[in-house]
Design a protein around this ligand. Structure first.
Ligand code: NAD
Ligand code: IPM
Ligand code: MN
Length: 352
């Protein structure tokens, strides 16, 4: 593989802490795999940066970011009691703006129960599925408004946008991914019994795309029922395709049943090849434990592995996955390690 340039956005709270460990491991793995040509550039963005400069994400910074091969993202978001920052400002104007502007159509969120990881489920079975979450549409687009705010007649709307283009490309991506997996199965999760218009578009699109993938089977679940099966029989899932909001909720649940939010990685994929993809842990800035070296950096480290895989650096990615695998298997002995100690241990074993 050729040189790889990575823009690094640590962000807020535990974001910079876990990102430092992810980078440490990523660089050790690329070195060990013998393809070390990786350059990284730090971008100071997030709540602190906004407080200092009032920039969330300027057009100029966005243009700079477009020039990198990939982005490694930590987490953003102010503490809920921080009244200096409008609620959700950094999330919408930085994180979502990046996903939308860089056309991150497919948000890939793998859910795998590694051996030795305690699941909250008594009998979890073999959990190994991926959620392909639509990344640029749905209720996330900010389409809506408020009328007669503060009066008893107040009306607030959030309109979910679903386009044929947006739905088709993410559904196709899910089927392509399923085609490469042993079980070759896609489950569409929606709520078409209530959300009739969008539901109809999603179902019709799945039927049309499925016809092109005769080896891939598919089924459908309403999102409420999907939460039942994700806790009673998560081993049934292979590839789940769903909209932006359902995917957000389902992937926190998926993280919980596979050992916790500290392990869940994700990739926001630009599948049209028009800009860099962005890799980040599923979790947020965790203000409750920020600055204490208490955060588990594993989700960020695994997001680094997804980045390398996407960049065609499969050997380095495999090294990280195996090192994480081994590290996780040893965790049950109850030793409590700092964020940095976990990163050091995994970085040391990627060379093996
Ligand atoms: P959160 O994921 O930050 O935290 C939820 C709980 O999980 C907390 O108890 C936290 O301590 C714990 N946790 C999270 N990551 C952990 C880790 N790596 N190791 C150990 N424990 C971990 O979600 P929240 O509390 O709902 O949100 C906090 C802030 O983060 C909000 O401002 C929110 O908007 C933002 N947020 C950002 C992202 C993102 O940047 N992608 C994702 C989710 C939430
Ligand atoms: C996530 C987060 C974000 C989302 C928020 C912070 C905008 O919860 O990455 O899962 O809803 O997508
Ligand atoms: Mn979320």
């Amino acid at each position: 593989p050729g040189p790889l340039s990575i823009a690094v956005i640590g962000g807020d709270g535990i974001g910079p802490e876990v990102t430092a460990e992810a980078l440490k491991v990523l660089l050790a793995a690329t070195e060990a795999a013998g393809d070390p040509e990786v350059t990284t550039t730090d971008f100071q963005l997030g709540a602190d940066h906004w407080l200092q400069t009032r920039e969330t994400l300027s057009e100029q910074t966005l243009e700079q970011l477009r020039g990198y091969d990939a982005i490694l993202f930590g987490a953003v978001g102010a503490a809920p009691n921080d009244t200096r920052i409008p609620s959700g400002l950094i999330e919408r104007e930085l994180l979502l703006k990046l996903r939308f502007s860089l056309d991150h159509a497919a948000n890939l969120r793998p859910a795998k129960l590694y051996p030795g990881v305690p699941s909250p489920l008594a009998d979890p079975g073999e959990i190994d599925f991926v959620v392909v979450r639509e990344g640029t549409e749905g209720p996330y687009v900010g389409n809506g408004g408020a009328l007669r705010t503060g009066t008893p007649q107040e009306i607030a709307t959030e309109v979910s946008v679903n386009t044929a283009h947006g739905v088709e490309r993410v559904v196709r991506h899910a089927f392509e991914r399923a085609q490469q997996r042993p079980r070759r199965h896609v489950t569409l999760v929606h709520k078409h019994n209530v959300l009739v218009h969008a539901g109809h578009l999603w179902r019709r699109t799945v039927e049309q795309v499925a016809a092109e993938f005769p080896e891939v089977t598919h089924d459908y679940l309403h999102v409420d029922a999907a939460t039942i099966f994700m806790t009673t029989d998560p081993a049934r899932f292979d590839v789940i395709v769903t909209d932006n909001l359902f995917g957000d909720i389902l992937t926190d649940l998926a993280a919980a049943v596979t050992g916790g939010i500290g392990l869940a990685a994700s990739g926001n994929l630009n599948i049209s090849g028009t800009g860099p993809s962005m890799f980040e842990p599923v979790h947020g800035s965790a203000p409750d434990i920020a600055g204490q070296q208490k955060a588990d950096p594993t989700a960020a480290i695994l997001s680094g592995a997804l980045l390398l895989e996407q960049a065609g650096r499969t050997e380095a990615a495999r090294r990280i996955e195996e090192a994480v695998h081994a590290d996780i298997a040893e965790r049950s002995n109850g030793s409590s390690r700092s964020t940095g100690q976990i990163g050091d241990a995994i970085a040391a074993s990627v060379t093996g």
